[in-house]
Write a protein of this length. Structure first.
Length: 456
């Protein structure tokens, strides 16, 4: 239906047989639309709108509106008068509720209002107020009295629009950068994010694991996981004892009382710095020294590190060649002595190393190499020969062999043959930083001869 455009004429009334005053602007507009009246008179010094119909003058107060459409729109959008309507029109505001919010803020700049409106802050403010009335009643968090305060805060903190700000604000974040980092790390609320950040957790997945187990810091979680990855079925104090046995000097005897004393010292690593007691997550099986003796005499894992003499009450540590050993395949194939001269990695170095270890009495030998090594070898045809004298495993293509080497040492407390210091891993894992060098054996291969300072 085409709009009923109206023509306005200023006029004066000299006389009229009948004058009808219509009470509401909506009724007046309805009447002239119904009769398809297009000519409207503005009379009595702009105080009245009037039309002629059926020999009668139909009129209504202008109430300072310039056109009937303005008056009608103002009525529909609940403006109390023309002054407010035209002021809102200057700001491109179409309803009185938004205009009231803007007036409270003292916004008179149209460009500023357009920015606030395009970001959804005008309509969003009511949403924020409803949230604040319930959620921020007894909170010390930032509370915004008006749209402008909310907009300015969001803008300073780099939120592009209201919805993004409001999602973050409900989650407890008041800064976009923090919110973005938290989302990337999987956090859903600021409380978890801040607590995790303070306690060193790298992401929400790890933090939730710790939270479930009542572990407070990432360092503690690493300690707990390191104990459990090696011996998942044992109590933590039993794992600590086995870890202690794996680090005792080879081919020595240690009395039960000495072991008990060493174990008590080892427990200090798992103590809360404030209470000086082991952390709540730390489980214990040993109540007295006799429990330790029984464990040493019966546990199968103990045999990897030595044997317990029940009568003499001492533990005799195995010689070094009784231990399992894992070889850093890529590191040995390159041989750190010659790697810098452009030579290709060689399987021959690995064969030389395995034969050397076997002569020294080692039996349980495992080689783990990067997947890319096979494409760089100068003698790839000898891989089959290597497989005949030692177990040879290749790490998945997308993962460095270091991950599997370290995991093997953690889970078995075996020896590690490598000249790599694993520096990058030491930064991210406290267990590696503290322990990997104890298990690591260094080497040198020159003219087919192996030199290892840790083996005589």
């Amino acid at each position: 239906m085409k709009p009923n455009h109206k023509n306005y004429f200023k006029a004066s009334v000299l006389s009229a047989a009948t004058v009808i005053e219509i009470s509401t602007i909506l009724d007046f507009c309805k009447y002239i639309d119904h009769h398809n009246i297009k000519d409207v008179f503005v009379i009595e010094n702009n105080l009245k709108f009037a039309v002629l119909a059926h020999n009668s003058l139909i009129q209504i107060n202008t109430n300072a509106f310039l056109t009937l459409d303005d008056a009608k729109n103002a009525c529909i959008n609940e403006f109390p008068g023309a002054a407010e309507f035209y002021e809102a029109l200057e700001l491109n505001i179409s309803n009185y509720q938004d205009f009231q919010l803007v007036k409270v803020c003292g916004i008179t700049d149209k460009a500023l209002f357009d920015e606030i409106q395009s970001g959804g802050f005008v309509t969003g403010f009511e949403k924020y107020k409803a949230y604040a009335e319930v959620e921020l009643k007894d909170s010390n968090r930032t509370n915004f009295p008006d749209i402008l305060a909310l907009f300015n805060f969001a803008k300073v903190n780099n939120f592009e629009n209201f919805e993004l700000f409001f999602d973050a604000f409900q989650a407890g974040f008041e800064n976009f950068e923090n919110y973005q980092v938290a989302l990337e790390k999987g956090f859903k609320n600021a409380q978890d994010f801040n607590t995790a950040l303070e306690n060193g957790f790298p992401n929400n997945e790890v933090y939730q694991i710790a939270k479930k187990d009542a572990v407070e810091t990432y360092l503690e979680l690493q300690q707990k996981m390191s104990l459990e990855v090696a011996y998942p079925d044992l109590k933590h104090d039993e794992s600590v004892l086995l870890f202690l046995l794996s680090k005792l000097p080879q081919d020595k005897k240690v009395g039960l009382n000495k072991l008990y004393s060493l174990l008590e010292t080892a427990f200090e690593e798992y103590e809360n710095p404030n209470s000086k007691k082991v952390e709540g997550w730390f489980t214990k099986a040993f109540e007295k020294i006799e429990d330790i003796a029984a464990f040493l005499a019966t546990n199968e894992h103990v045999k990897k590190f030595g044997g317990f003499d029940v009568d003499g009450e001492f533990f005799e540590i195995n010689t070094i060649n009784d231990r399992s050993i894992v070889i850093d395949g890529s590191n040995v194939a390159y041989n750190s002595v010659s790697r810098g001269d452009g030579q290709k990695p060689m399987i021959a170095h690995l064969i030389t190393m395995v034969n050397f270890l076997k002569k020294k009495g080692f039996i349980d030998i495992l080689i783990i190499a990067d997947a890319s090594l096979r494409h760089k070898l100068g003698d790839a045809e000898r891989i089959k020969e290597l497989g005949q004298i030692a177990k040879y495993e290749i790490a998945p293509a997308a993962t460095t062999a270091d991950v599997f080497l370290i995991s093997h040492v953690k889970s078995r407390h075996c020896l590690l043959l490598s000249n790599d210091t694993f520096k990058d891993h030491k930064f991210s894992d406290s267990w590696i930083a503290t322990n990997i060098d104890f298990y690591r054996l260094t080497f040198m291969i020159t003219d087919g001869e192996v030199f290892m300072p840790d083996l005589k």
